[in-house]
Write a protein that binds this ligand. Structure first.
Ligand code: NDP
Length: 290
């Protein structure tokens, strides 16, 4: 069997087009502020993409850069100012922050109404309680990709590998919200391959290159690979791979996301969607169906 490819790039582009159309109909232009501390090269690339795609969707992008030497108080002050600024609808603090900075303390300064990454305690609490709120972008992207194959997720067995605050835990809760039956696996899970083989939808979010092998996947299952790992090709060059051994698993799975071009593009599209939702809620505009 050769799996159908789930084209995250195309699905994200279609969502961004819907967002741009919705933004054009709003009474005013939403603003997304991105805070980047330090000079982590990967973070710089992500922030550049976020700024570019925010502007392409017709929204205003405000970029705040602080040096790696910024103090905890300085970073918190920037986030607090943006939280208090009525012209800002969404705030994204690019993680990870440089070593020595307390991310939780920085996020605690963020107005939950502007928490477009869904990382504050209020957003997490709302997700657990099943109340409306801003949902974390990468897990939301995983659900959209899974629904592109299974429009109704009710009763599907979803196995999420990983339990991080950023990806694994919220992904499990979002699939639960869709009435899936969810298993959360992690580093202490016993016989992980057997658990994975029981999945209708497998969502590895670990950060271990090519960990999920073909015999971990039930024939016909859907695989949504969140992992982004840079590996040495052996010729002095490197390339990005997921947590899934794509070449082998695509012969077994029914549908699979590639890396790159799967979950990654969805993360930014969902960030833009959250910015529109946050702007509408804050300013009392009717939310567009996105
Ligand atoms: P974390 O390191 O925070 O979490 C990794 C999780 O994997 C932990 O819960 C850990 O378990 C679990 N784990 C580690 N080793 C194993 C193992 N051998 N078997 C089973 N579980 C294991 O990573 P993140 O959640 O932040 O990111 C995960 C991956 O997703 C990374 O590759 C990251 O680059 C990628 N990512 C991709 C994004 C995108 O836009 N596509 C966005 C964000 C992340 P335990 O809790 O027991 O330690």
């Amino acid at each position: 069997m050769t799996a159908a490819l789930i084209d995250g790039k195309a699905i994200a582009a279609s969502l961004r087009a819907d967002i741009a159309a919705a933004v054009a109909r709003l009474p005013d232009t939403p603003t997304l502020a991105v805070v980047l501390v330090g000079d982590n090269p990967a973070s710089q690339v992500y922030v550049r993409s976020k700024v570019k795609q925010t502007e392409e969707a017709g929204m205003i992008s405000k970029e705040l850069r602080l040096p790696a030497t910024a103090t905890q108080a300085e970073v918190e002050a920037v986030v607090q100012e943006l939280s208090a600024d009525p012209a800002v609808d969404g705030i994204l603090v690019q993680l990870p922050l440089p070593a020595g900075l307390d991310e939780a303390a920085v996020l605690s300064r963020l107005d939950p109404a502007k928490d477009v990454d869904g990382l504050t305690e209020i957003s997490a609490g709302r997700l657990v309680l099943g109340k409306p709120g801003l949902r974390p972008c990468t897990p939301e992207g995983c659900v959209i990709l899974a629904k592109s194959v299974h429009p109704d997720l009710a009763g599907a067995h979803v196995v999420v590998i990983g339990r991080s605050i950023l990806v694994g835990k919220p992904a499990a809760l979002l699939f639960l919200e869709q009435n899936a039956t969810v298993s959360m696996a992690h580093s202490r899970t016993k016989d992980l391959p057997a658990l994975c083989r029981s999945a209708d939808i497998l969502v590895p979010a670990v950060g271990r290159p090519l960990m999920v092998k073909a015999d971990w996947v039930r024939p016909g299952a859907t695989v949504i690979d969140v992992g982004i790992n840079r590996i040495d090709q052996g010729d002095g060059k490197s390339r990005l791979v997921g947590d899934v051994d794509f070449e082998a698993v695509k012969e077994v799975a029914g549908a699979i996301t590639p890396v790159p071009g799967g979950v990654g593009p969805m993360t930014i599209a969902c960030l833009l969607r959250n910015t529109v939702i946050a702007a509408c809620r804050r300013r009392g505009w009717a939310p567009p169906a996105l």
